[in-house]
Design a protein. Structure first.
Length: 231
């Protein structure tokens, strides 16, 4: 684990967590300023850490105290990777408490389900619909859950959900590897008080120049999908 204070897994187990609580019956209107604790997850090689760096830099740019913590797991073998980003006037711990994340960003749809118990009831889920089959499924020891079933469980807990289809991303941006920035674009629709110019400046500073145009298109697609996501 890397604990980073910033100033102003083994083979994937396809069994989802069983302690996911349904969202509350109370109104879960999600206000943009509620986005303070963000959990970013995916499979090794999907750009989880780049997405985390962009998000942390954006929060720093608007004057927040920011801490992040990265758990690499067995990323080089296609295992789960998770990264916590927290902001506020003063942040003491880099780790989000389970059930308290305001937003869950996932680069792979089953990873969204695996980490759903970290999300607070009524929070935001932003996920790719890409399916990466883990070794346990390839070996015949488990089955990959149905995507529609996964989406139903995500909707049952979240107040808002947005989904990015990898084919749509390729059509818009030309490269599925921009999914991480597409999800950051989706998140930007829920974060109040951050001018568009800051997202652009941070992205330009973090993304290689040769890939910047594709990432700009991915960001725009993600934001559009999030703005149109049903409440």
């Amino acid at each position: 684990m890397t604990d980073v204070a910033m100033e102003p897994k083994s083979d994937v187990n396809v069994e989802p967590k069983s302690d996911v609580e349904p969202k509350s019956d109370v109104k879960n209107a999600f206000e943009p300023h509620d986005i303070n604790d963000v959990l970013v997850v995916g499979v090794g090689g999907q750009g989880v850490l780049l997405a985390t760096d962009i998000l942390a830099d954006v929060f720093l740019a608007v004057g927040s105290d920011v801490r992040k913590s990265e758990v690499h797991g067995m990323a080089q073998r296609g295992g789960s990777v998770e990264s916590h980003v927290r902001r506020g006037p003063v942040v003491h711990s880099p780790l989000i408490r389970r059930g308290r994340a305001d937003a869950l960003l996932s680069m792979e749809v089953l990873e969204a389900l695996r980490y759903l118990h970290w999300l607070r009831p009524g929070g935001v889920v932003l996920t790719s619909l890409q399916r990466i089959v883990p070794a346990s499924v390839v070996a015949g020891g488990a089955a990959y859950p149905d995507t529609d079933g996964i989406i139903a469980q995500l909707r049952a807990r979240a107040g808002r959900c947005a989904f990015i289809d990898p084919d749509a991303l390729v059509a818009a941006a030309g490269d599925v590897r921009t999914m991480n920035v597409g999800l950051i674009g989706a998140l930007s629709a829920f974060v109040a008080g951050v001018p568009a110019a800051i997202w652009e400046q941070v992205m330009a500073a973090r993304v290689p120049a040769r890939a910047l145009d594709a990432n700009r298109r991915a960001f725009a697609l993600g934001r559009h999908l999030a703005e149109d996501a049903p409440a």
